[in-house]
Design a protein around this ligand. Sequence first.
Ligand code: NAD
Ligand code: AHE
Ligand code: ZN
Ligand code: ZN
Length: 391
Amino acid sequence: SEGKPIECTAAVAYAPNKPLTIEKIIVEAPKTDEIRVKILKSALCHTDAFTLSGEDNEWPASDFKPVILGHEAAGIIESVGPEVTDLAVGDHVILLYTAECGECKFCLDDRTNLCIKVRSTQGKGVMPDGTTRFKTLKGEPIYHFMGCSTFSDYTVVSKHSAVKIDKDFDLEKAALLGCGVATGFGAAGYKGIGAAKKQNQITEGSSVAVFGLGAVGCSVLEGARAAGAKKIIAVDTNDKKEEWARSFGATDFVNPTKLPEGEDIVSKLVSMSDDGFGIDFTYDCTGNVNVMNNALMASARGTGISTVIGVAPAGAQISVRPFYLIVGRTWTGIAFGNIKGKSEMNKLIEASNQGVLSLEKYITHKREFKEINTAFEDLHSGDCLRTVFDY
Ligand code: NAD
Ligand code: AHE
Ligand code: ZN
Ligand code: ZN
């Protein structure tokens, strides 16, 4: 089908909070600098659910356009458009919602991964030329999502939005490296991977607190263990997460809703630090701005670093007394673990092969692609880290 449209099955989102529609669609051929990928394994991330809720700043409920969601997946290149030289038909790839063109101001700066080559059109749900490669059978455009749109048998992405991996690396594990688990592990900065803007790497013997123990939070825990943190405090409102958290390296578990009368999570965490001045590295992996505020306040006076990873609903704002920053705390945020997807993916694969990053433990559910709507329910059940779909 080189150069020709493909008819295939996709799960299309037509309106906020409505189930996805499984239907036949047309996927156009890749244009210049684009590739068409046959998706083999895709996972469901909380951000897909967040977007489907209509609460995403870039996909406001008011003008929700039909869109194919999904951004955590691995597949095989079916065809390439003109000018594609570093990727070829048959290559196994992980899709990158944070692209890496290797040439822009941000790709040339080792402090960040925020490539801008395709970001503006990506935020509008179209390809770099402003049009879509997806159409309904009636010929209407269906929009792209995060430059990936993995909830389809085939997708078209920029050549900058995919990284080639070894053909013998397990594709279910590869799919997870497309978002959540890579994000948390990169945020911890083990051996400089992602490295949370280099200076924010978790150091040997430090204290860490992670709020929100989904796939993202659990991979921060694993990254903290790998980086040699001494005290790793897992914080979640769901007690069922404690066992998992400890298996990923947590030394302590705190449920903020179960604290004794008059005690709050900030003073609790500060009291757990060796010197009583707070926790060296804290992370929000919930998307809840009150948690973000608490994570900052619980970080250490003078040297604490608090990282926002969770995606907050449209309009939500963080706020603390400025004095918390005056006395030396750093408040920062991170996208895709600050990982440069093309140049650093092999470090994550190596960490997986060495057993430092236990990818298989995050796959708690497996489903057929056509069961995708049930998978959204799994995500909210509280006992799911990642559901991986088989296409
Ligand atoms: P998830 O929903 O699976 O996990 C969230 C966890 O937070 C759950 O265990 C839940 O019990 C817990 N939680 C909810 N409210 C809490 C509270 N008030 N205090 C403590 N714990 C609380 O989500 P996920 O897939 O792990 O993603 C986590 C967040 O990170 C989401 O907001 C997602 O959109 C975002 N995300 C961001 C990036 C990025 O690059 N910045 C990448 C992936 C995911
Ligand atoms: N459209 C959202 C952006 C939300 C957001 O922060 N996205 C994260 C990835 S979440 C993946 O599960 C991110 O990496 N952002 C960097 C970027 O370039 O957007 C909103 O709130 O507007
Ligand atoms: Zn995600
Ligand atoms: Zn770039």
